[in-house]
Design a protein around this ligand. Structure first.
Ligand SMILES: Nc1ncnc2c1ncn2[C@@H]1O[C@H](COP(=O)(O)OP(=O)(O)OP(=O)(O)O)[C@@H](O)[C@H]1O
Length: 448
């Protein structure tokens, strides 16, 4: 899917602009602080509904305005498939027939509400889209920004975000599960905080009793039924402190089952992604390091690698761990087991990059990851993502720039830079390059 046209209204420092993009390389240049990143950020928003720079949607609306609009027109070209499943061929020449086009319009409207709240409306082909998970994944993009260069040494949350963004664009059910999981986790942590306010000794004692009862070996586990009975039987003595604790713990146990179910699915998807990711990252790193470096990625999660286990087994092991950790969780007031603690480790020639990779090696690793991300999305979604390169050329040496240029030849690329001199000669000699000059939020197609 390629972006054909972007229309922005009151977006950051941009009043109103329509940009028609070229199908190959689009170079967006201008001095610092003029609005180049804002443009890329808007395109990324149409793919993932999240900005790489802020979690606050209010920041996206122009300072002096109350609302903003981001509209994208996309097009996908494909070969028509005949009823036999083969691409249609010209009978005489055997050549493939003309490509067909599929069009897509996506738009996001944001409006400021009282108390700092934001009303967001999403549209696909002019029809409203209720859930963000139904919007994400229609158009895919891979962003490489200077902040990404910190990925290897930054906090685990950044690396989890990295895998979440890939999976969100390639597997719809993952995003549904992740959103549900985050809500369940929030509920569980809230309940732990409520339990902290009650008699700690009683809470632990009742938890032990209820859990022992619930998980006794001779009884099959039916938590839902157990929980319902418990709530029904306890209604007569609601004022009893112990009963309140029992009810809260029963609720916690029900939450834990849901938690383990969603967590197991998320962990299995992450393990699968990182397993499949090893091949493309190895390929790109080998290319970028002249065959000297072997890059591998490892999923770091609680306990065993979920990839080696069936979903039910992962779930059971998680429930057992959650039970073991209850006293710890109660003490801290948050959940210490689960995919919210996951991490990813990168290894160069079997040495942990976080500990041993030089600045230059880290840059190459990130570049390999971004190129692998494009490869992965293309394979899984049968859709080529748009590559957004935000001011990264100044961070790469000539060799890496040339390698990047060679690897993205068949992609639509939106690239920002302050100085056209930074473009490697390989980029400048590319055909079909479109240039856009950005100045003070105004974007004009330029002839260079
Ligand atoms: N909500 C907003 N309303 C108005 N202006 C904004 C808003 N958010 C950011 N800006 C302005 O947008 C400009 C930054 O734009 P952007 O980050 O796209 O710059 P850039 O051209 O990529 O610069 P650089 O080359 O330094 O990265 C700044 O001048 C900033 O003050």
């Amino acid at each position: 899917m390629k972006i054909k046209c972007l229309h922005l209204c009151n977006y950051r420092n941009i009043d109103e602009v329509t940009v028609n993009f070229g199908e190959n390389l689009n170079v967006i240049y201008g001095a610092n602080g003029q609005g180049k990143t804002n443009l890329l950020e808007a395109v990324y928003l149409l793919a993932l509904l999240s900005s790489h720079r802020t979690g606050k949607e209010s920041e996206l609306i122009k300072f002096t305005q109350e609302n903003c609009r981001i509209e994208g027109e996309f097009v996908r070209k494909f070969l028509p498939v005949s009823s036999s499943g083969n691409n249609q061929l010209d009978i005489k020449t055997g050549a493939e027939t003309e490509l067909r086009e599929e069009k897509l319009d996506l738009s996001i409207s944001l409006q400021k509400l009282p108390y700092g709240k934001i009303n967001r409306e999403l549209y696909k082909d002019d029809l409203p889209v209720g859930k963000s998970a139904d919007f994400i994944g229609n158009f895919n993009a891979v962003l490489f920004a200077p902040e990404d260069l910190l990925l290897i040494k930054s906090a685990p949350q950044q690396r989890r975000q990295f895998i979440n963004r890939i999976l969100a664009q390639s597997k719809k059910i993952y995003l549904y599960n992740l959103q549900k999981f985050n809500r369940v986790l929030l509920g569980r942590n809230r309940l732990l905080k409520e339990l902290q306010l009650l008699d700690r000794f009683e809470v632990l004692q009742i938890y032990r009793d209820l859990t022992a009862d619930l998980f006794s070996e001779n009884k099959p586990i039916n938590i839902q039924e157990y929980w319902q009975n418990l709530l029904q039987n306890s209604s007569e003595s609601e004022n009893d402190k112990k009963e309140i604790i029992r009810q809260k713990i029963a609720l916690l146990q029900a939450i834990d089952v849901k938690f383990a179910d969603l967590a197991a699915n998320i962990m299995q998807d992450r393990a699968e992604l990182l397993r499949d990711f090893n091949e493309p990252i190895r390929k790109f790193q080998e290319k970028l390091s002249d065959g000297k470096e072997k890059l591998t990625v490892k999923y770091v999660t609680d306990g065993e690698n979920p990839q080696n286990n069936a979903l039910e087994t992962i779930k059971e092991k998680l429930i057992a761990k959650i039970r073991q950790n209850f006293s710890n969780d109660l003490h801290k007031g948050y959940t210490s087991v689960g995919p919210q603690k996951d991490d990813v480790e990168f290894y160069l020639n079997e040495k942990n990059c976080r500990l041993f990779a030089s600045q230059g090696q880290q840059r190459t690793v990130i570049l390999s990851l971004k190129l692998a991300e494009c490869d992965y999305l293309r394979t899984k979604t049968y859709q080529t993502p748009v590559l957004l390169l935000d001011d990264v050329l100044s961070e790469l040496d000539e060799r890496r720039k040339a390698a990047l240029c060679a690897s993205v030849a068949d992609l639509q690329v939106l690239l920002t830079c302050t100085d056209l001199e930074l473009l490697n000669k390989n980029w400048l000699h590319k055909q079909n390059v479109s240039y856009y000059h950005v100045e003070n939020g105004k974007i004009l197609q330029a002839k260079v």
